[in-house]
Design a binder for this molecule. Structure first.
Ligand code: 13P
Ligand code: SF4
Length: 303
C-alpha cells in the first residue's frame, strides 16, 4: 500500500480543520508549492482579512502572522515555527517609539508593517513596501512625519515624495547584504538585464535600479516586462517563484548572500505539525489589537 506523502497529509488535514495556507514569497520552495495563496505582506493581509477559513496557517515571519490575527481575531492564526521573527521588526520597541513621539508631539507616526503589534498600536498609520509612498503622500497636511523602523525604505520614500521624514535607525540585515558592487558585477555579466530591487536595499543600491518594487510587484513586473533577463535585488527565495511563473526568462540574484534565515525556518513537516496540534497560535491582547487595527485600517483606506 502506498504511504501518504507529507503534502497529501497536509491537504487532508487542511480540509478537516477548514484551514488555508498563506505563504510569503521568500518561503522555501516546498512551502510555496503547497500554498493556497502566495504573496507579499499587503496581499497576505488582505487575504487574511477576507477569508472564510477558520484556521490560517501563516508561513512567513511573526509580524505577518500577528497582522493576520489583528485583522481576524475570530480565526485561529498559526505560525509553524514560533522562532521565525524579523530582526528589523525587533529594532524598535514601544518605549523607544514613545520617546521619539514625545520629542515630536505634532508628528504623524507611520510604521512599516515589519513591526510588532505593540509598536503598531502606537502608530497613526501602517504601510507596506507596496504603499509607503502613497501613505506619505496622503499625509500632505502634516508638517512632521515620523517613519519607523526602516531607514532605507524611509530614504526611498523621501526621494519619491520630496518630503523630509523623521527616521529610525532600523534596517533589514538581509537586504543590506546586497552591495552596489554586486549590481555592477551582475550588470557587467548581463548587460541586457533589467535591475529590480526591494526598497529595503541600501539607498546606493536603490539608486542603481531600473525599478524599486515590493516582492509581489516584482512578480508582476517580471511577467509584464519585455525584458528576458532580470537582476533581482531582494531575498533569494523570490527567484523560485519568478522562474516558475516565467520559465522562458532568466533571473539572476544580485547577491547569493541575501538570505533571510527566519523565512527558511518553516518546512512542510512543521506545517503538518501545526495543523495536527493547532499550534503555535499567534494572538494579540484586545487592547493592543484594537489600537494596532486602527493603524492597519487607516492604511487599507488610503490604498
Ligand atoms: P514585501 O511586503 O515586499 O513582501 O516585503 C516583506 C519583507 O519582509 C521584505 O523583506
Ligand atoms: Fe525581516 Fe528582512 Fe527577513 Fe524581510 S527579509 S523578514 S525585513 S529580516
Amino acid at each position: 500500500m502506498k504511504t501518504k506523502g507529507l503534502s497529501e497529509k497536509i491537504q487532508e488535514l487542511k480540509k478537516k480543520r477548514h484551514a488555508i495556507i498563506l505563504v510569503h514569497n521568500y518561503q522555501l520552495p516546498e512551502v510555496q508549492d503547497i500554498a493556497d495563496y502566495r504573496g507579499d505582506s499587503l496581499e497576505l493581509s488582505r487575504i487574511a482579512a477576507n477569508t472564510d477559513a477558520k484556521v490560517i496557517v501563516f508561513c512567513g515571519v511573526h509580524f505577518m502572522a500577528e497582522t493576520a490575527s489583528i485583522l481576524c481575531p475570530d480565526k485561529t492564526v498559526l505560525i509553524p515555527d514560533l522562532n521565525a521573527g524579523c530582526p528589523m521588526a525587533n529594532m524598535i520597541t514601544t518605549e523607544a517609539l514613545r520617546k521619539l513621539k514625545e520629542k515630536h508631539p505634532q508628528a504623524a507616526v507611520v510604521g512599516y508593517v515589519n513591526t510588532s503589534a505593540e509598536v503598531k498600536a502606537e502608530l497613526d498609520v501602517c504601510c507596506t513596501s507596496t504603499n509607503a509612498v502613497a501613505v506619505i503622500n496622503a499625509l500632505k497636511d502634516k508638517k512632521e512625519v515620523i517613519f519607523i523602523p526602516d531607514k532605507y525604505l524611509a530614504d526611498y520614500v523621501e526621494k519619491k515624495t520630496g518630503r523630509t521624514l523623521i527616521k529610525w535607525n532600523g534596517f533589514c540585515p538581509t537586504h543590506v547584504k546586497i552591495l552596489p558592487q554586486d549590481i555592477l558585477r551582475e550588470k557587467k555579466f548581463h548587460p541586457k538585464a533589467k535591475v529590480m530591487v526591494h526598497p529595503e536595499c541600501l539607498s546606493s543600491v536603490v539608486a542603481m535600479a531600473d525599478v524599486v518594487l515590493s516582492t509581489s510587484q516584482m512578480g508582476k513586473f517580471a511577467k509584464e516586462t519585455p525584458a528576458k533577463e532580470i537582476i533581482v535585488g531582494t531575498e533569494v527565495g523570490l527567484i523560485y517563484r519568478l522562474k516558475k511563473d516565467n520559465p522562458q526568462k532568466e533571473f539572476y540574484p544580485a547577491s547569493e548572500a541575501a538570505v533571510c534565515p527566519n523565512m527558511k525556518r518553516i518546512t512542510q513537516e512543521k506545517i503538518l505539525w501545526a495543523l495536527e496540534e493547532l499550534k503555535d497560535e499567534v494572538r494579540v491582547s484586545d487592547d493592543i489589537r484594537r489600537r494596532a487595527r486602527h493603524a492597519i485600517d487607516k492604511m487599507l483606506q488610503i490604498i
